[in-house]
Design a protein around this ligand. Structure first.
Ligand SMILES: Cc1cc2nc3c(=O)[nH]c(=O)nc-3n(C[C@H](O)[C@H](O)[C@H](O)COP(=O)(O)OP(=O)(O)OC[C@H]3O[C@@H](n4cnc5c(N)ncnc54)[C@H](O)[C@@H]3O)c2cc1C
Length: 465
């Protein structure tokens, strides 16, 4: 039986990061991955979608300039080529991680772990025909798209977020069931590529976990772009015909589409038999403490499986935290690592315009701190945004009146997903809006909108009435 200090199950952004960090610490670890390194993020999530987002954004931008007479062309989308481009990017990144593993000589076993049991103070893992012994286990098995009742994937007409990524050609129309982050990203991609898009969302808002003002603005922008949005509406039945699908809605209306994207959330994956072990879960997500320890000694869980914040950078930060905890434990060092404040991890939605947020929403901040203030500045008053032809959206800063501490930043607009890092740094460094007068934002840049929103917290934005 082969022995390791740590066994990591799953090679997504959680698992593969843990493998690298443990190797950096000189700890002998093994990663089990049944598919390829990179998990959902690199293979079927963040990266392939963003390759398509870029193509869709570019197409829309040139089309708009064409309409205004600046460029003259007969622009068309070659979707097969877009698919090839997306696949090449994925391959480049996945093989890059595989290369890192090879060079760093990290043990990688391309097999599914099916069973775990205890043997004294060690764990025994069964993968294929082999058994592996280790002291620590990190569960990083991720999540998968959710189905429910009579809403089920068939991979042909009713698609998951994974199926839709490999459509060989653009459909004429697409119905997106679920207006969360993933649903809105695909709706934005396909709408920009010329597909007729409908979104059906059970709740009153799209991306309902975001600040209300942001989700309302996204709804208005999408409607302006002719995406049909049915909020407070459920899908009661899906009728499949040969070349189209009919959706029966809760308000008795019917809606036709060539394809359906079912994006009603994700659920944890943990198809492992825990022999003689009882792993505590809540709604299927593995329960763990602030150091990501499960109820079983020396067993940790990270990433989507914990349901804490289902994002790639959250998974990789958790991996670094667990590696640090294990290192300190093995070396007999006391506390001194770091902790994760999930509210202060940035969250991005890659629609057009994009959305970036960090910290509390206005509603949450008011509930927690009572007296709060806000500062807001529009991209339409910013030179770079206007010059770039992307004046839609705003930056909103939320601060606590008593202390002046920034508690949230929410951006919808050009490069929102990049700009939000500024909010993230300010919040994590506990910035006080009264002490930021020495900050200078370069001109002409989009970041000036962040600067003016901060000034607006004191009613001092220069380019605002
Ligand atoms: C369409 C889409 C777009 C997304 N876009 C973004 C984005 O822009 N930004 C962002 O931060 N997040 C995004 N996400 C979310 C992000 O992909 C996940 O949060 C992230 O991948 C979670 O990482 P993980 O390591 O927990 O698990 P996963 O990435 O799910 O990886 C788990 C791995 O474990 C393997 N595995 C499972 N069970 C076993 C077993 N028993 N034995 C061996 N191997 C096993 C699986 O094969 C898989 O490779 C997106 C997700 C989707 C679906």
């Amino acid at each position: 039986m082969i022995g390791f200090e740590v066994a990591i199950i799953g090679g997504g952004p959680g698992g593969y990061t843990a493998g690298i960090r443990l190797q950096q610490f000189g700890i002998k670890a093994v990663v089990f991955e049944k598919a390829r390194l990179g998990g959902v993020c690199l293979n079927w999530g963040c990266i392939p979608t963003k390759a398509l987002v870029k193509i869709a954004d570019l197409y829309q931008e040139v089309k708009e300039r064409e309409n205004s007479g600046i460029f003259q062309s007969d622009l068309k989308v070659n979707y097969a080529a877009a698919q090839r481009h997306k696949n090449e990017i994925v391959e480049k990144l996945v093989s890059g991680i595989e290369f890192l593993y090879k060079k760093r000589e990290i043990a990688l076993i391309n097999s599914e772990v099916r069973e775990i049991r205890r043997d004294g103070s060690a764990y025994i893992l069964k993968a294929g025909e082999d058994e592996y012994r280790c002291k620590y286990v990190i569960l990083a098995t991720g999540s998968k798209p959710k189905e429910t009742g009579n809403l089920k994937f068939d991979g042909k007409q009713i698609l998951s977020s994974r199926d839709i990524l490999s459509l060989p050609e653009l459909p004429e129309s697409l119905a997106v069931i679920g207006g969360g982050v993933i649903g809105c990203e695909f709706a934005s991609i396909f709408q920009q590529l010329g597909v007729k898009v409908n979104i059906i969302e059970f709740l009153p808002d799209l991306i309902s976990l975001e600040d209300k003002e942001i989700s309302k603005r996204l709804l208005a922008i999408m409607k302006k772009k002719k995406v049909k949005i049915y909020t407070k509406t459920g899908v009661t039945e899906i009728e499949k015909l040969k070349d189209k699908v009919i959706l029966h809605l809760s308000d008795k209306k019917q809606l036709e589409a060539e394809k359906v994207l079912l994006s009603i959330g994700r659920e944890p994956v943990c198809d492992i038999k825990f022999n003689g072990l009882d792993l505590e879960k809540e709604r299927g997500f593995v329960t763990c403490d602030a150091e990501l320890r499960t109820n079983n000694e020396n067993m940790f869980a990270i990433g989507d499986l914990t349901g804490k914040l289902m994002l790639a950078h959250s998974a990789s930060k958790q991996a670094m935290l667990v590696a640090d905890v294990i290192r300190r434990e093995l070396r007999g060092e006391g506390d001194g690592g770091f902790s994760i404040d999930y509210a202060n991890i940035p969250r991005c939605t890659f629609t057009n315009p994009g959305i970036g947020s960090v910290g509390l929403t206005e509603e949450q901040a008011r509930e927690r701190y009572g007296e709060i203030g806000t500062g807001k500045f529009m991209f339409s008053a910013n030179g770079k945004a206007l010059a770039s032809g992307t004046p839609e959206g705003f930056v909103k800063v939320i601060f606590e009146q008593e202390s002046g501490l920034i508690r949230g930043m929410h951006i919808i607009g050009p490069e929102a997903v990049e700009l939000i890092s500024e909010g993230s740094i300010l919040i994590n460094l506990k910035a006080d809006i009264n002490k930021l007068r020495n900050l200078v934002f370069a001109h002409p840049t989009l970041s000036e909108v962040v600067g003016e929103a901060l000034e607006d917290c004191e009613g001092l934005a220069i380019h605002k009435m």
